[in-house]
Write a protein that binds this ligand. Structure first.
Ligand SMILES: *Cc1c(COP(=O)(O)O)cnc(C)c1O
Length: 480
């Protein structure tokens, strides 16, 4: 069992040396004194350091190895950008500072917004939303407001394919609208006939991830967005998979009216630890008048924060979004430049296609009718018949030193393994992962218990995942 830091505590030990007092000593008035000891662990600096560094190595992270979590774009993010975002004159800016005193930060936000509009093919942007899901919510609220303003407030349906990410129906419900599911065809794309039969006078919006969660580009995209427009709806693109498209294709050119970007996937903010993130939303000029406060404008006297006019959907979060994340995205875009961004996407696509080509000799890849985009979805259904299912494969990968792919999603593929290698992996690391997948396939054929008993090399073995979620305890170590 792991000790907690408190179990190392011994009275009188300390990890800090305070500087010599350089002001006259005064007694603290009684009413300000503590009534009880504060109860902090009393340990040396070395003990604290070892304890936390050791804990940090027990979990999996991108610094440890390949992390092919499909749709999450778990790429390696340059440390330089962390450094830049921490420069005191950027990081210590107070959110209530006057515009004139934070021109540098406002300029970065303004230019970043311009870059995002260029990347997505849109005219207006908000950097407020703190996550992809909040970006979706913003986008759907913009569209809802537009429908209300043109006297179409009764339109209460948001259509989305059955492959959609869980946040899409959640967003729709939160916005007070109704989810209408559209079927996928045999290639995993939107079934255009089904879409045609479901749009109508109640259609508020269509929401689509492109490339979709199968890693497939919607080749009928212009027809799809046209069908929705003709029915009086607007198109929202869930742009979480934008890592596949930088400099190659733009949602604005495909007939979408708004989209969000996940800066903590595509634009150099690490994620997986719960935040902070950013789900900046880009949209057409028409929808731009409804954007939440605050947006950054440029005037002849400098950059200013606009606090949203009467038509704004209102505020989404306090102040101006997660500005630290914005600095990193800005640094990333300025470092790579237009060519570099395109190259990043191209390498992401090549890596995924290389992996798919080698893995499909051992695992089924349904809907495989040509090159994939940045990710692909394999199925463990055949393996499950032999005695080890997708969850077992995911656990066994941990023994081989890899994080698991996304599993059991999208829901339309049985025993799904959704694999996204990203552009930051070398050929060697990609090959090592593929070799592990091949070795696991061999184990399932010969000794499936090796896979069903996995993991055996990790600090904790197989957990009761339901209990871990329903009965989460971060204070006491788990008794195993
Ligand atoms: C990650 C993701 C989201 C949600 O983004 P969060 O920042 O986690 O809220 C939405 N859609 C797709 C397709 C995603 O991959």
């Amino acid at each position: 069992m792991e000790k907690t830091i408190f179990q190392y505590s011994s009275p009188g030990r300390t990890g800090v040396t305070l500087p010599v007092l350089d002001v006259p000593e005064t007694a603290v008035p009684d009413e300000f004194g503590r009534k009880h000891p504060v109860g902090l662990p009393q340990v040396t600096e070395g003990q604290a350091m070892r304890h936390f560094v050791r804990l940090s190595t027990m979990n999996f992270n991108i610094e440890k190895g390949l992390y092919p979590l499909g749709s999450c774009t778990m790429k390696y993010n340059p440390r330089l950008h962390e450094y830049l975002a921490r420069i005191e004159r950027l990081a210590a800016v107070h959110p209530l500072s006057s515009d004139s005193s934070v021109q540098g930060t406002l300029q970065i936000m303004y230019e970043l917004g311009e870059f995002f509009c260029e990347i997505t093919g849109f005219d207006a942007v908000t950097l407020q939303p703190a996550a992809g899901a909040q970006g979706e919510f913003t986008g759907i609220m913009l569209i809802k407001k537009w429908q209300i303003e043109r006297g179409q407030g009764h339109r209460n349906e948001v259509l989305m394919p059955d492959s959609s990410h869980g946040t899409n129906p959640a967003t729709t419900t939160l916005a007070g609208l109704k989810v209408v599911s559209v079927k996928s065809d045999e290639h995993g794309r939107v079934d255009v006939e089904d879409l045609r039969s479901k749009v109508g006078e109640n259609t508020c919006a269509f929401m689509l991830t492109n490339p979709n969660t199968l890693g497939i580009f919607e080749s009928n995209i212009r027809e799809i967005t046209q069908i929705v427009h003709s029915a009086g709806g607007l198109n929202y693109m869930d742009g979480a998979n934008m890592n596949a498209l930088l400099g190659i294709a733009r949602p604005g050119d495909m007939g979408f009216d708004a989209c969000h970007l996940n800066l903590h996937k595509t634009f150099s903010t690490p994620h997986g630890g719960g935040g902070p993130g950013s789900g900046a939303v880009c949209c057409t000029e028409t929808l731009g008048s409804f954007l939440p406060a605050s947006t950054v404008g440029k005037t002849k006297d400098g950059y200013v924060l606009n606090n949203g006019g009467g038509r704004s959907i209102g505020r989404l979060m306090a102040f101006h979004g997660n500005v630290g994340v914005l600095y990193k995205a800005y640094a990333y875009i300025r470092t790579l430049g237009a060519r570099g961004l395109r190259e990043a996407s191209e390498v992401a696509l090549i890596n995924a296609n290389y992996m798919k080509a080698r893995i499909k000799e051992y695992y089924e890849v349904p809907n495989d009718d040509g090159p994939c985009m940045h990710e692909f979805v394999a199925s463990g259904a055949e393996m499950a018949k032999k005695g080890a299912n997708t969850l077992d494969i995911a656990k066994r990968l941990l023994d081989y030193g890899f994080h698991a792919p996304t599993i059991y999603f999208p829901l339309i593929v049985k025993e799904a393994l959704m694999i996204e290698p990203t552009e930051t992996e070398s050929l060697e690391s990609i090959d090592t992962f593929i070799d592990a997948m091949i070795a696991i396939a061999g184990e399932i054929n010969e000794k499936p218990h090796l896979v069903t008993d996995a993991p055996v090399n990790t600090p904790v073995l197989r957990l009761d995942e339901v209990k871990a979620v329903k009965d989460l305890c971060l204070v006491e170590p788990v008794e195993l």
